[in-house]
Design a protein around this ligand. Structure first.
Ligand code: AMP
Length: 191
């Protein structure tokens, strides 16, 4: 039974490490960004509503996001645990999740924060943008996005640190090495 939250900027390896953690603990990786993108691709009602916000780089309203996540966490495959990625992102979302957890008598076992050197992350994101033909992802745009991310997640990181759940991991290095560090950090929390 493992419930984890993965926090980290774009380019820090969250996708790779999240997939590995999900496999190791046999839990679903629940990424709100992935769910929204899949809904946009399939032009579902949720996707249509979310798209306008996502296109602007804005948060999808809590009404939609909270309902989506709470529904997902009540699916049978999440009964034995889950890895959340991309949610909660605001203190209001933390409150919603706390209320749900209290109702269910559950909580996070650990909150894993992936840290990565900014210049390295910028390099990775520039490469990714070039591969995907996203010319508008310039270095300035990427640095701005990273600054916004850091500013927005700081209160969450502080809150989970206060609760004694935070495991901060150096995300630089080979994926195997980083994964080993994460497992070690989680083991320290969970025992
Ligand atoms: P991500 O891949 O996590 O960067 O998410 C992509 C987009 O999905 C974001 O820019 C938001 O528009 C939306 N999104 C993902 N997670 C959330 C969330 N927790 N709250 C609001 N919007 C979200």
């Amino acid at each position: 039974m493992t419930r984890l939250l993965l926090i980290g900027p774009p380019g820090a390896g969250k996708g790779t490490q999240g997939a590995r953690l999900a496999e190791r603990f046999a839990i679903p990786a629940v990424s709100t960004g992935d769910i929204f993108r899949a809904n946009v691709a399939q032009a579902t009602e949720l996707g249509k509503q979310a798209k306008a916000y996502m296109d602007r780089g804005a948060y999808v309203p809590d009404e939609l996001t909270n309902a989506l996540v709470l529904d997902r966490l009540q699916q049978p495959d999440a009964a034995g645990g889950f890895l959340l990625d991309g949610f909660p992102r605001t203190l209001a979302q933390v409150e919603t999740l706390d209320a749900f957890f209290a109702e269910q008598g559950i909580g996070f076992d650990a909150v894993v924060q992936l840290l990565a050197d900014e210049d390295e992350v910028v390099r990775r994101l520039l490469n990714r943008a070039a591969e995907q033909g996203r010319a508008d992802d310039t270095e300035a745009v990427i640095r701005h996005r990273l600054a916004v991310y850091a500013e927005q997640t700081a209160p969450l990181v502080a809150l989970y640190a206060d609760r004694g759940l935070l495991v901060s991991i150096d995300g630089l290095g080979a994926p195997d090495e980083v994964f080993a560090r994460i497992l070690e950090g989680i083991t320290r929390k969970v025992g």
